[in-house]
Ligand binder design. Sequence first.
Ligand SMILES: N[C@@H](CCC(=O)N[C@@H](CS)C(=O)NCC(=O)O)C(=O)O
Length: 221
Amino acid sequence: MPLNNDAAIRISAFSWLPPFAQGVARDIRVRWALEEAGLGYRTRLVDPRQPKPEDYLAEQPFGQVPSYCDPDGTMFESGAIVLHIASKCPTLLPEELQARKRATIWVFAALNTIEPAIFPLVELELSHAAASWAAERRPALRERAALRLAVLDKTLGDKEWLEDRFTAGDLMMVHVLRFLRPTGLLEGYPRLVAYKARGEARPAFKRALADHLSDLSAGAS
Ligand SMILES: N[C@@H](CCC(=O)N[C@@H](CS)C(=O)NCC(=O)O)C(=O)O
């Protein structure tokens, strides 16, 4: 769906991002879910370099992105928002109970098990790669991330998606794996590389990414 200024759903995104964060910020998760669900939306762009307006902190108390508003109210936390959107979209959350539970499990695994295991390494490579202590710290952080990726790789095996079809769990996992770009770690897992590429090849993802980047260009002008 193209961005629509009359849409009832509004999400927030940053109007500016440093190059390393362009194309990976978490508003993409929500945009992608909305695209999969065929729901139009508009964006509220927030400048991360400025103090956050009070009315923005009222919808996202930490001042982060994304937030989400629809006529029923306001939400924050990308996982909660994606699950909310998924509850209206069988493509993202199957109706059958066991399949629904499995999809939900993978959303949490992406956010609570994989993301925390890879993020310290990602931050080291992005912000401290040249620091004197980085060479000492890097092996342990790579090992910690690799431990989780190896299990994910084994669990995925030769399947196309984590369960028998694409769900919100894959959406979240593919987005989390995108964070690994500056580490080069994913390349050690060809099946995960192909899995991430399958997610990124979905038309809904492509539209989400394009609109994320287009909002950044608009914010820069
Ligand atoms: N747990 C939050 C994390 C949100 C988050 O960290 N967003 C980043 C952008 S991707 C942000 O706003 N960073 C600026 C900050 O933390 O102040 C979620 O999943 O929504």
